[in-house]
Write a protein that binds this ligand. Sequence first.
Ligand code: NAD
Ligand code: GLY
Length: 378
Amino acid sequence: MQTLTIQLPGRSYNIGIGTEIVDSDLPQAVAASGTTHAVVVTNTTIHNLYPNRISQSLSGWQGRVDTCVLPDGEGYKNLETLNRIYDFLMDVQANRKTLLIAFGGGVIGDMAGFASATFMRGIPFLQVPTTLLADVDSSVGGKTAVNHPHGKNTIGAFKQPVHVCMDLAFLRTLPPREFLAGYFELAKHGFVHDAKLFETIQAGPLVNAEYDYRANEAESREFWEATILRSCGVKGKVVEQDETETGLRATLNFGHTLGHLIETHAGYGAYLHGEAVGTGMLFAAYLSRKWEHLQERDWSRIRDFLVPRLTPIVLPALNTKSFQTLILHDKKAEGAGVDFILLHKLGAGFIQKATSVETLWPVFQEFVAEFPEVCQVV
Ligand code: NAD
Ligand code: GLY
């Protein structure tokens, strides 16, 4: 197992990364937290695949473990489902020392994290991510949220976990489509901050919509452990410098302005978050080249990496008004402008402040005309 520490004043924590580590790493972290009560938050899919997996791994621990099982899906990442976590915590008489354990992908991590930030004004929380996306992105850095019908992740809080137990053995059951969605967020860290990471990914296993982690595990396990560690390191360094996104951290939202628009407009769950971000990154790279920040060579590398892997997105009845309204609901919007993340070069993202939404729509139309296989407005 490798350990990465995220250094934050008074809130530092370790990420344990390895394969089949949950039975050793998790009990240690839970014991170190000093609590006597843990509540696992998970969903029906994970609960069926791994029934009572967390309580089993904590069987030698003296404390009590309760499990709250939520419905599965981005469509449930809302205040109503969040309320079910609060109800459950009240039912099991949770107190301010109860440790909330998020056992799942980004949806579970974001909801359990937000519940832990708000229940009794804050209780400790620990992440056991089970998707590639949660490994490389959502379990690290303390962003937690639920969606509002008009805006993705618009209700949330910053809440760092006390520990992240990243056991890659859970990836064995992850469907290929979900794996690919996480792969886009992994590539994002290469695009905006680490060109070498991007090169490593390109030289690694060929990941596409058929890639099966379990079938390829024997020969690629070391690659994934090292690459996920590196990606967490990239994100961790950014979070250490700008935990609450006053500046630098916004670069991690590369591809998210269009990505969030796609998710909100198409309906939460119609496309996976990573898929929407993948298309959003292609658009952001396209803009970067069009506005002469990014050289042709880097643009081609990004385009050639993304286009064959992207899920075709269809956006019904999107027009200039709905496009602008959705963009201005984004958390990065202010007035009539949005902070748009662009690239100077591969590995160097930057924030273009107050990018006018009026300038974005015509370029978006050009983009869909040039890449109909990637995105269509019908
Ligand atoms: P997800 O949590 O919906 O998980 C994807 C699907 O895979 C679900 O159906 C889930 O039940 C299933 N699943 C999870 N683990 C599995 C496993 N091991 N085996 C089989 N099936 C499994 O989606 P996600 O892609 O993990 O996360 C997306 C969410 O993360 C979005 O809501 C996004 O906004 C959020 N996010 C948050 C941050 C952050 O910094 N907080 C960063 C990126 C994304
Ligand atoms: N996923 C972007 C961030 O955590 O800042």
